[in-house]
Design a protein around this ligand. Sequence first.
Ligand code: SF4
Length: 188
Amino acid sequence: MTTPSILRVGGMLVGYYWLCPRKAWLSMRGIWMEQESDTVALGRLLDEDSYDRSDKHIELEAEAPDGTSGSTIRLVGKIDRANLREGVLHETKKSRSCEDAHLWQVRFYLWLLFRNRVTRADGTPFRGQLDYPLLRRTETVTLEPEHETELIQTVTAIRNLATQDIPPARLTKRTFCAKCAYEELCYG
Ligand code: SF4
């Protein structure tokens, strides 16, 4: 396996890291499982079926300080749907089972806007919204000052993880792993 040459930390990777550092490591090495693709496809389908056609797709880049070395880390975000008039970034998920990871993924996107000094026309910050169309629920997400420290620590940890030659240990919570696309690879 090869180390990613130019690491760019994105929102999905941040979400993976919150779920399981091993999962983040495997995806950074370009290892994808079919179920993962199905999940992404389902997400797209839910997006297309559920929401306003005027929503915009946004791609963002930013840099953040590395929390340990003093250098910088490149950050990228692909926001599937943003309602610019309302100032809301949407992220669609099928279930709430990994909600912490979902929250950090959306906070990461809000952080990219913050680092680029992008606000709504009236100067107020964007907010995020997790959409669970299958559950008919939504969850509001905001970026608070303490989240920035946590996000710097997270992207620094991901940067350090990328340099590891071997993956982190498996999670011990096997019931959680049963829902993961990498389950066979980790336990097969
Ligand atoms: S199966 Fe478990 S240990 Fe393996 S990547 Fe998925 S969550 Fe992590």
